[in-house]
Design a protein around this ligand. Sequence first.
Ligand SMILES: NC(=O)C1=CN([C@@H]2O[C@H](COP(=O)(O)OP(=O)(O)OC[C@H]3O[C@@H](n4cnc5c(N)ncnc54)[C@H](OP(=O)(O)O)[C@@H]3O)[C@@H](O)[C@H]2O)C=CC1
Ligand SMILES: CC(=O)N[C@@H](CCC(=O)OP(=O)(O)O)C(=O)O
Length: 346
Amino acid sequence: MSAANQSNALIRSIVLGAAGYSGAELAVILARNPFFELCGAYASAGRTPESFSSLYPRYKQQLDIMVQPWLDTLAAELSGKVDVAFLALPHEASEAVTPLLLAQGIDVVDLSGAFRLKQAELYPQYYGYEHQHPELLQEAVYSLMEWQTTPLPRLISVPGCYPTACTLALLPIIKAGLVADNCIPVINAISGVSGAGRKAALSTSFCEVGLNAYGFFKHRHRPEIEQNLGRKVVFTPHLGNFKRGILATSVVTLKPGVSANEITSVFTQAYANKPLVRLLSHSPNVADVAGTPYCDIFWQQDGEQLVVVSAIDNLLKGAAAQAMQAANVRFSKPETAGLFAGVVNE
Ligand SMILES: NC(=O)C1=CN([C@@H]2O[C@H](COP(=O)(O)OP(=O)(O)OC[C@H]3O[C@@H](n4cnc5c(N)ncnc54)[C@H](OP(=O)(O)O)[C@@H]3O)[C@@H](O)[C@H]2O)C=CC1
Ligand SMILES: CC(=O)N[C@@H](CCC(=O)OP(=O)(O)O)C(=O)O
């Protein structure tokens, strides 16, 4: 079924990776989106079926759908019964299952990094594997919706969490030509531990996490940010001892003579009528975006130096909410449908 002729029917959707953090957020969002129907939730093949609310007890009596093991044979069984699959899987698992779903007429909204980069040759260096479907990299559209101008196709690649925070912060002034030609933006960003997913690991266990930088120069989000901004960056992620949220501090050198009014006008125009970006007059706090689909942005200028601070919830604007935002647009529904818990926003 095409996106165009679905205007009145509920959009039949499934989530792969629904037992993980970002897939779980997506299942909850889909369940409350009045335009979508959550028809199935899946985890890895080795799992026994288990109710969502036993995996996430806060959803007892709210979302009791069974989370089933995913087997690739299900793609053919679901043909004609499902319109869109949301993939909250490891990158290589997403890459492998996407062509199977597309071949069955099921649209794909992928939350992993499997289809974010346009250059297949960057995958071995930054993702540690050879891309098996380079043709799909050209087909996929990267859905940073505040900057998306072309229609979304059947394969949507949802931006990464750190790239969302710093691209929304820097793209307005870069696009407006205010940043010095030889400037290499310096981006430091701190993520909460949910950014690493639900799987147990020593480095993300309660007694081990303090505040540390990691991934110097080689993090997979570096080429994604560079692709978005059209210039080299120095990007350094940090892990902090809080559950959810990203705070990104991005520093650039401006061209001589750029005024405060120009900067304000550029940000205001870029994000006018963009419901999920809030421009602040004070420095953002991850506590104010955690549990929300917003990106908060604030800036301070001193002559040719500009610092832009942005904050998102890594699991929402950085993953599930952004995926829902894109799917809403793809299926011609209100952009923020399902994104605000308990609030009638449509
Ligand atoms: N966490 C975050 O902040 C963000 C994550 N993302 C991306 O979203 C994706 C999921 O991340 P996250 O939610 O953190 O991960 P989690 O580790 O929390 O969850 C991963 C899920 O994928 C399932 N899974 C793993 N391998 C397979 C497979 N081969 N077939 C079917 N299901 C499988 C797991 O099943 P089981 O539970 O049975 O093991 C689990 O349900 C990743 O690509 C990540 O990069 C994107 C933006 C932000
Ligand atoms: C804290 C932490 O470990 N964060 C993850 C990034 C979050 C994520 O899953 O990345 P995507 O947005 O690309 O999907 C990391 O650095 O690998």
